[in-house]
Structures are given as structure tokens and as C-alpha cells.
Ligand binder design. Structure first.
Ligand code: KIV
Ligand code: ZN
Length: 382
């Protein structure tokens, strides 16, 4: 039987940190409801101590959603945890997400403390958070660059203190997929109480590896992935939710399933993109405008003969419009003939040869050929 991987969405926290992407409370509630319909397991709704607006958004999202766990971020400090517990008071299912740096870089140059003190502070934060909620997630910040033996000690200590989920972030997006996978495997094999908690992967995309690293983590025992719609997030962004969901769905051999209703992926992507005024790049996997558009002659011919020659995903499975054939100077006779037939022209082979030459001249000038251009091209034949 397939194992369940939990989808932790942080669009409204890590995603919302992106310059220019800030949302008001009403907009955040719309996104939270869309995430609930999409089927995410956890919504990270904000960082309540950071501002009164963020605090209020966590309160309102807690009231607005029923199914997903609502999670609030804190530093490993009592004042942050008090604020998160207060903001989550209306949540039906709630989680506090607390944590501290785990790499020597962060311990020496950011926190200016010692390994021992960091573990002490982390353990105290988990114990304090457990006074308010049963579900406490602990993040070991910059775990991708931490000494793995120390990281294992930290994970063991916070689980013993009551953490139910331990987040292993590749905060700087530095690791390679097999290195991140080995890191997770090391924790699964060496933390003696690891079966008492869920291990989570939170990967950043500084080298374009966030999704690959998250998948490597799952393959090695992680059971929660932290991701965002459209992969938005701090700097180059986070693991993209739509990519993780479709990788898992497209590869049953992984033996993994999620609760995501994939037909909602494109509508949710559109909503987040428009509310945040953050366009999605055209070639973005799954949700980009060109994800199901075929433009070269060889591909168009193969696609028209059998869709799966060039598509591994049916666009309707992700809520996208039907695949499209884009007519350009790279298109072949098959694509031109297909479009002309679709809009009502029947041509002999000789006519098609003649029209195709004119089509190429026109396409060299106009770049993309639309139906109106084709009607113009066909006027002498009607
Ligand atoms: O990237 C990171 O380490 C984070 C933590 C706050 C979880 O976003
Ligand atoms: Zn992050």
C-alpha cells in the first residue's frame, strides 16, 4: 500500500515573504480556502509575532478553514510562542512551528552561541509550546549545512522534548539531491526515537534543486514536504507544490501518495499569481502557459499522431486548458493542415504544399500565426 506524504503549504508564510507579494487578511483567507479545497494537510498561515497584520491573518485563517492543520511560525522564544498560541486559539487543528539554527555557521555568526546552548534553547521551546498545543514542529534552520552528527543529536533531543514533526530545512538551497537524501537517511538510521515524529523537508531553490531535494528526502524516509504554490518563497523560492504533487502522481513506483486534488492545481496557481501580482514564468512545469503547448514541427506531428508521444501529463488532470499547437515558422505541414481542418478548410495535398510556403513567409514576419492570419492566407482559395 502507498505511504502517505503530508503536504505542508507555506505560501502564506515563506511565499508571502517575497518582496511585493504581501497580501491583506481578506486575500489570505481566499488563498487559505483554495488550499483547503486543493487538499493540503497543513497551512502555515504566518509568523504572528512579526506584525499585528500577520497575527490577525492567523486568527482569521484559523476561523475560516476546517480540515487542514493551521500552523504558526515562531523563533525559539517564549514571547513568540505566546503570540502564536494566542493567534491559533480558534483553529480546529493547530500546530506551533518553532526552531533555531543548527549549522555552525548560524550558531557562530548569527546566534553567537554554542551547540550546547542551541539544543538547550530548542528543547525549552518545544516543551513550552507543548503547554499550548499537542502538535509541535521544530525546524533545525540551515540543516543542509549542519554537521550531521550534531544535527542527529538535536533531532533526538527535540523529539524527546515532545516535537511531533522535525523539519530539516535546506535553508540556503545548497545541497545536491543525493546529499540531501543521504542526510535524511542518516537521521532515519541514527536518531533512536525518530519513529516518534515525522521528518519534514523544507528546501530552497537557490540552485534550482528544491523539488529534486524534496523528492530525494521522500525517497529516504521524509513523510512531510514543505512547499509553496508556484514555488514562490524567500530569494529563489521554495519547493513547488504542483511539481511535488505531479511527480508523486506520475511515478507510482515511488509507492507514495498525497491528498492533493490535482485538478485544482492550475486554478490555485492562477489565484495566487493574480492576488500576489507575481506572474508565473511561461515554461514553469505543470502551471506555466507553455506547459502543454507544442511548437516545433517534429513535436507537433508526433503529438497529433498520439498525444503521449510528447505529453506525460493530461492537462485536464491539473485543471489546465487543453494542449495547444502553436503555429510558428518552426511548425510543419501536419500542424498547419490540422489547424486549417479544425477551422473549416479542406485542402488537397498540392494546395497544402502551396499554402505551406506562403505560411512560412508569413510566420517569419509575424512570429505566431493565429486563426485570423490563416483566414487571410486562405482568402485566395475560397
Ligand atoms: O528556510 C528555512 O529554514 C525556514 C524556516 C523558518 C523553516 O523557512
Ligand atoms: Zn524557508
Amino acid at each position: 500500500m502507498a505511504k502517505r506524504v503530508y503536504i505542508f503549504d507555506t505560501t502564506l508564510r515563506d511565499g508571502e515573504q517575497v518582496p511585493g507579494c504581501q497580501l491583506n487578511t481578506e486575500e489570505k483567507i481566499r488563498v487559505a480556502k483554495a488550499l483547503e479545497e486543493l487538499g493540503v494537510d497543513v497551512i502555515e498561515a504566518g509568523f504572528p509575532i512579526s506584525s499585528p497584520g500577520d497575527f490577525n491573518s492567523v486568527v482569521e485563517i484559523s476561523k475560516a478553514v476546517k480540515e487542514p492543520i493551521v500552523c504558526a511560525l515562531t523563533r525559539a522564544k517564549e514571547m513568540d510562542i505566546d503570540s502564536a498560541a494566542e493567534a491559533l486559539r480558534f483553529a480546529k487543528r493547530k500546530r506551533i512551528h518553532t526552531g533555531i539554527g543548527s549549522s555552525d555557521m548560524h550558531i557562530q555568526y548569527k546566534l553567537r552561541t554554542t551547540r550546547e546552548k542551541v539544543i538547550e534553547q530548542g528543547v525549552a521551546a518545544v516543551k513550552y509550546a507543548r503547554k499550548f498545543v499537542d502538535d509541535v514542529e521544530f525546524f533545525c534552520e540551515d540543516a543542509g549545512r549542519a554537521d550531521v552528527v550534531f544535527l542527529a543529536q538535536m533531532v533526538e533531543a527535540v523529539i524527546a522534548a515532545g516535537a511531533t514533526v522535525v523539519n530539516i530545512p535546506d535553508t540556503t538551497g545548497y545541497t545536491l539531491p543525493w546529499q540531501f537524501g543521504e542526510r535524511i537517511k542518516y537521521l532515519m538510521d541514527n536518531v533512536k526515537n525518530v519513529d516518534k515524529a515525522i521528518i519534514s523537508a523544507h528546501c530552497h531553490n537557490d540552485l534550482g534543486l528544491a523539488t529534486a531535494n524534496a523528492i530525494a528526502a521522500i525517497a529516504n524516509g521524509a513523510r512531510q514536504v514543505e512547499c509553496t504554490i508556484n514555488g514562490i518563497g524567500e530569494r529563489a523560492g521554495n519547493t513547488s507544490l504542483e511539481e511535488v504533487a505531479m511527480i508523486i502522481k506520475s511515478h507510482p513506483s515511488l509507492g507514495i501518495e498525497t491528498g492533493i486534488n490535482t485538478k485544482k492545481l492550475v486554478p490555485t496557481s492562477d489565484l495566487v499569481s493574480s492576488l500576489m501580482r507575481m506572474p508565473v514564468q511561461a515554461n514553469k512545469a505543470i502551471v506555466g502557459k507553455n506547459a502543454f503547448a507544442h511548437s516545433s514541427g517534429i513535436h507537433q506531428d508526433g503529438f497529433l499522431k498520439h498525444r503521449e508521444n510528447y505529453e506525460i501529463i493530461d492537462p485536464s488532470d491539473v485543471g489546465a486548458d487543453a494542449s495547444s499547437i502553436v503555429l510558428t515558422a518552426r511548425s510543419g505541414r501536419a500542424a498547419l493542415s490540422h489547424r486549417l481542418t479544425t477551422i473549416g478548410y479542406q485542402l488537397s495535398k498540392e494546395q497544402l504544399d502551396q499554402v505551406y510556403k506562403k505560411f512560412l513567409d508569413m510566420a517569419d514576419q509575424r512570429k505566431q500565426i493565429e486563426d485570423a492570419d490563416l483566414n487571410e492566407l486562405m482568402a485566395p482559395y475560397c
